[in-house]
Design a protein around this ligand. Structure first.
Ligand SMILES: *[C@@H]1O[C@H](CO)[C@@H](O)[C@H](O)[C@H]1NC(C)=O
Ligand SMILES: *[C@@H]1O[C@H](CO)[C@@H](O)[C@H](O)[C@H]1NC(C)=O
Ligand SMILES: *[C@@H]1O[C@H](CO)[C@@H](O)[C@H](O)[C@H]1NC(C)=O
Ligand SMILES: *[C@@H]1O[C@H](CO)[C@@H](O)[C@H](O)[C@H]1NC(C)=O
Length: 592
């Protein structure tokens, strides 16, 4: 896979260092030293505030010295020239959930976008798939995110080209024996899964239907059966459980891998007026879950988990009612489109043994102008909020989408989210041949983007050698009729999640979240906190750990364009280290 990176240009070797005034060099081999900082830096001179294709890696060698961090933030009194000081305290003995990786959604839209790209330009497709899924160190060093989770719909979702399920009849007549059952209607989805598995054989696969087949549903009076609207007829609960089980059996055969978890219904509290859905009460979900659990076990798929809820933070009473009424579920899944992440705790307090997963989240964006704003939002939700309240995974929505310069994503069903973000957006320059495989035509007109300079980097200094990477090559390439792609703020979030939590070799165990507090947390006003953090520790040989601290430095005066540095005093095992960080997202690591 690494060979496909030969095409990547723009790999720069910048000499970068943090402010040398804050360095204390390691005195002895026993000292604990912040050895690596990955930074995505905010700059008002960069369009959108950040360059998502640039992860600046520095090796600052900042040593911890005996002492303690401040417990009260010390505000700058000179407009930031002397930075505000924030205390961060790592509770290194506090072991919380074990982290199990980032991920993204392979919907029909994402799969069509990717497979049609493959037909047009296999090299660019390989580059994108490598960036998302490759576990190869060389690829990761160039910016790969090494994802280990994929979530896919069973049949049409809002991100589908057409309405379909795996059992469709033309006249609403029932197919109760599922004779028409066929997962090959999603052929591009399985092709994408297989290419992802070729890069990472250890992917956890999540599946969820947006709706049962239309014929299983009672439509609104006077209307035809449809996957949109209506409700699952109680007499088909058992058939629906068979349908879900048959899907898991067929997918296992297709991919050569047992699915990790099944949700019986995506977003069960909401009946969308314009795309497939099916509203369920907790009691209904309990009954369907019990039937599905029994059918899975009978089919020998007892290792396929049933995950509860798969919906927003604000609806937290629903999963409590479900879990009170059924023991068939063995995890809880959350989406981010309503409420606060602390709701996760309300359910976990009642069901502390069930693992928690963030299974779907994206931002609605005008992409080019909102990169930093979107990064702030997603870092708070996906790297801090959902993790702080127990999630071990951070799974974004669509892995990749096709976008034109207005930010519209295709293909989707009519009237659904037309500017939902994705970690990678693909631009078709229009001049290439139509997809050879009869896929949806994805041609758009687009204004050629000019070559962009690497943004001014406030960290830039002579001294420490850094290896920033840049993915600008394809952005410069759009005059030649070839498709190209851009990385987004969602991608940046996944990069930091990966650098902080992924085991770095086959022998390393998964990272564990550890306790951390800041001196900004006084007022119980998360929005007002200038620094938000998550901390992790990865067990290493010899009883040591690699600690990773994700820092969202958002001392940007609420996006007024005025941004100020913050000096973190990081308190760790009766030691302290000062690190001055500019506005942006940073991941710091040290071994102790
Ligand atoms: C922020 O800190 C960096 C060093 O980390 C320094 O180069 C830069 O000038 C500072 N920016 C401001 C606005 O003070
Ligand atoms: C420091 O600044 C923050 C954010 O502007 C403010 O909320 C806080 O009240 C200030 N603290 C003091 C002691 O002035
Ligand atoms: C079961 O579900 C019902 C209906 O959703 C709910 O009212 C109840 O609280 C749930 N729990 C138990 C233990 O019945
Ligand atoms: C950290 O910064 C504070 C002031 O913000 C200073 O008093 C202290 O000496 C510094 N500590 C180290 C180890 O540099």
């Amino acid at each position: 896979m690494a060979s496909s990176f030969k095409g990547l240009r723009g790999l720069l070797a910048l000499a970068v260092a943090l402010a040398s005034t804050h360095y204390t060099l390691a005195q002895s081999s026993n000292s604990v030293v912040i050895d690596t900082i990955y930074s995505t830096i905010y700059s008002h001179k960069t369009p959108g505030g950040i360059d998502p294709g640039l992860l600046v890696k520095t090796s600052p060698k900042i040593a911890f010295v005996p002492g303690n961090a401040v417990t009260e933030s010390v505000n700058s009194t000179d407009g930031g020239t002397t930075p505000t000081v924030v205390g961060v305290n790592i509770a290194s003995n506090r072991n919380l959930q074990t982290m199990t990786g980032g991920g993204c959604g392979v919907t029909d839209s994402a799969a069509i976008a990717l497979q049609d790209l493959k037909a047009r330009d296999a090299e660019i497709y390989d580059e994108i798939m490598d960036l998302l899924f490759s576990q190869d160190d060389a690829v990761i060093e160039k910016g790969g995110v090494a994802l280990s989770n994929i979530r896919s719909p069973l049949g049409a979702s809002d991100f589908a080209g057409v309405l379909y399920s795996y059992s469709d009849t033309t006249d609403c007549s029932p197919d109760t024996d599922l004779k028409l059952f066929d997962i090959d209607k999603a052929v591009k989805m399985w092709a994408t899964h297989k290419d992802a598995l070729a890069r990472n054989p250890n992917i956890d696969h999540f599946f969820a239907p947006w709706s049962p087949p239309a014929w299983m549903k009672k439509p609104k009076d006077g209307e035809r059966c449809s996957m949109i609207g209506g409700s699952l007829k109680p007499e088909y609960y058992g058939v629906f459980a068979q349908y879900l089980t048959k899907s898991m059996v067929a997918i296992k055969e297709k991919l050569g891998k047992t699915p990790y978890a099944l949700s019986i219904q995506n977003e069960p509290q909401y009946l969308p007026p314009n795309y497939p859905g099916n509203k369920l009460t907790p009691a209904q979900a309990a009954e369907i879950g019990d039937l599905t659990r029994a059918a899975l076990d009978k089919a020998g798929l007892d290792s396929v988990g049933l995950t509860a809820f798969d919906h927003n933070w604000d609806g937290y009473q629903w999963p409590i009612d479900l879990l009170d009424n059924s023991t068939s579920y063995n995890s809880i899944s959350w989406h981010c489109y309503g409420g606060q992440p602390s709701s996760q705790l309300l359910v976990s307090n009642a069901y502390p043994d069930l693992p928690v997963f963030m299974t779907e989240c994206t931002v609605i964006t005008q992409y080019n102008s909102e990169l930093w704003k979107n990064l702030r939002t997603q870092a708070i939700r996906m790297l801090i909020g959902t993790i702080q309240y127990g999630s071990s995974k951070s799974i974004f929505w669509n892995c990749a989408l096709v976008t034109d310069d207005d930010g519209f994503t295709t293909p989707t069903l009519p009237n659904v989210c037309t500017n939902c973000n994705a970690p990678i957006v693909i631009y078709n320059s229009g001049a290439g041949p139509a997809p050879a495989n009869g896929g949806q035509q994805l041609s758009h007109t687009s204004t050629p983007s000019t070559k962009r300079a690497i943004p001014e980097n406030p960290h830039q200094r002579d001294g420490t050698v850094a290896r920033p990477f840049s993915s600008v090559s394809r952005r410069q390439n759009n005059n030649d009729g070839k498709p190209y792609y851009k990385l987004t703020s969602d991608y940046v979030t996944l990069m930091h999640f990966d650098r902080a939590t992924r085991p770095r070799s086959g022998s390393e165990k998964n990272a564990i979240r550890t306790g951390v507090t800041t001196s900004e947390q006084k007022n119980n006003n998360e929005d007002g906190e200038r620094v938000r953090v998550s901390a992790f520790k990865t067990p290493l040989a010899g009883n040591k750990h690699r600690y990773s601290l994700i820092v969202l430095q958002k001392n940007d005066h609420e996006l007024t364009g005025k941004y100020e540095n913050v000096t973190l005093q990081i308190g760790f095992e009766n030691m302290v280290a000062n690190v001055t960080l500019p506005c942006g997202l940073h991941t710091l690591t040290w071994v102790a």
